[in-house]
Write a protein that binds this ligand. Structure first.
Ligand code: AR6
Length: 172
């Protein structure tokens, strides 16, 4: 039964006491605005110091650091695609972000992981399309893997929550 392993909440992801939170990073991994800025502010300067040693990350891939001052033990920094109209491999790259993040979560024995809506802010990916991709990628993973046990998709505001809830209903 995968349904209880996948949930939607409205929250500031930096407050969640899960094993790993995912960051919607850019390929420098050196911080930015949106959820990336919020995570770096909440984690403190040690996170940037650790990120400096990672050598960046290509789009569609992810790298892991400690959580520093966050309640989460790990931060998985995933680099989503910039939306360029949908014909530049954006869907596949976004799917890859989720799968690579889950692969890292599993490798670090994470029981619980929380994702923001990667690429749907500054990178301009349409929110409903991104929600469908997120659910498909997470369900596909959960069907064949025991870890992480639970995945939380985090909506930052009420509109994002409605979009994720309607994608969850369509998908289940
Ligand atoms: N908790 C949960 N979700 C959040 C939070 C938060 N504290 N803050 C924002 N969101 P974005 P992107 C939501 O723009 O589109 C950065 O500069 C937000 O409402 O953070 O992947 C990076 O360095 C939206 O739904 O990420 C990159 O340069 C979602 O998180 C670039 O932005 C993603 O929005 C990445 O752009």
């Amino acid at each position: 039964m995968t349904s209880v392993r996948l949930q939607v909440v409205q929250a500031d992801i930096t407050t969640l006491a899960v094993d790993a939170i995912v960051n919607a990073a850019n390929s420098s991994l050196l911080g930015g605005g949106g959820v990336d800025g919020a995570i770096h502010r909440a984690a403190g300067p040690g996170l940037l110091e650790e990120c400096k040693g990672l050598g960046g990350c290509p789009t569609g891939q992810a790298k892991v650091t400690g959580g520093h001052r966050l309640p989460a033990r790990f931060v998985i920094h995933a680099v989503g695609p910039v939306w360029r109209g949908g014909q530049q491999g954006e869907d596949e790259l976004l799917t890859s972000c989720y799968r690579e993040s889950l692969r890292l979560a599993e490798a670090h024995h994470c029981q619980s992981v929380a994702f923001p809506a990667i690429s749907t802010g500054i990178y301009g990916f349409p929110q409903d399309r991104a929600a469908g991709i997120a659910f498909a990628a997470c369900r596909g993973w959960l069907a064949t893997h025991d870890l992480p046990r639970t995945i939380t998709l985090v909506a930052f505001d009420a509109r994002a929550l409605l979009i994720l809830q309607s994608a969850l209903e369509k998908d289940s």
